[in-house]
Design a binder for this molecule. Sequence first.
Ligand SMILES: *Cc1c(COP(=O)(O)O)cnc(C)c1O
Length: 433
Amino acid sequence: MNFYSLNKKAPNVTFKDAVIKGIAPDRGLYFPESITPLPKEFFDSIENLTNIEIALKAIRQFVSDDINDEKLKDILEGVLSFDFPVIEINENVGTLELFHGPTLAFKDVGAGFMARCLGHFSEENKNEVTVLVATSGDTGGAVANGFLDVEGVNVVILYPSGKVSDIQEKQLTTLGKNITALEVNGTFDDCQTMVKTAFLDTDLTDAMQLTSANSINVARWLPQMFYFMFAYKQAKSKGKEIVFSIPSGNFGNICAGMIAQQLGLPVKHFIASTNINDVVPRFMDTKSYDPKPSHATISNAMDVGDPSNFIRIRHIFNDDFDQIAKHLSSYSYTDEQTKEAMKKLYNDFNYTADPHGAVGYLGLQKYQETNPDTYGIFLETAHPVKFLDVVEDTIQENIEIPEKIIKQMKKKKKSIEISTYEELKNYLLVAKK
Ligand SMILES: *Cc1c(COP(=O)(O)O)cnc(C)c1O
């Protein structure tokens, strides 16, 4: 099966080429040419399958012949080596914890899958690939860890100096080997601008195969559909219709859930919960898509003013507003409301949520006010320890720091400081030699 560009002005490509290119030459996002639903029996007896068996079935048609069964299984075993538990909050609410991976972020699965696919393709081609990525925090750690020791792939991560948490910085800067951290004297937007400039710079693109590792890439985006299937497997016995509330920034995760639904996963409704960066909630109110510059919040992985994957969601539903509204509701919350939700979850249900999960909980509550006969699952996308200051301040308790984080905090930071695009370019050209 091939992928086409949503801008419709570029040739269709295989899975392999979509992964290597990241984005189509016409700057469109790649989208699968067809989505063939899985048989009903697959979902009816999903509780008898292992996570690896579920993932293999789900992703098989998208990868087609570019990776054989044995290799694909191998890749999935490497990526899905931890738990994805649904923790009960109350009778009608559970939370799907996605933070048990190596960097405690849900992005570990997508980053790990993309890394292994790219490593496999580069082995076949004997071509080096350079992954260039800007991060405001979570993406960098997951990408760094996912690509560590992958042969034929060099990773260059740009992050804004002094603007990521200590834990996040250590996750980016202590691995070494094929991972280089560039510490940019500027903001996240400056990092992102440099990366975008590099992709358009023919001096660089002629000299090396550059690719990005954000959720635009199909290999980072599609594996996220597994989460919704793993959750369904656990919540099915509740015997109620299931709704998911997803704390959303670039809308890659929720959009992958919608692909799972297209494959036949029984989902009654999706709720996109956001912080005050509310372009999608406003779209659902006004039918008008009106991007704005992003505002900083305590759920900073969702500080996105123009979510890159929303166009894929519109496309799934043929850009028909009524169809979108049938499957999607979207609500926005302030930092104050988010902290209140964190307190409530802690005091009433003894559950420590991070700010992103708390936003998800708020959206779910709102939806269940008018749809009480549902079982609601909100996604917990990061371990609360990654947002230590705000979580401890809010719930007035110390939280326990996992062993793997303590180890990492002791390692020595290594980064290269840069201030301008020219410095980035020189670094890339010299590193290539
Ligand atoms: C990236 C991220 C999100 C947002 O996910 P999208 O797929 O961009 O919508 C939410 N929470 C955390 C902790 C993240 O790192």
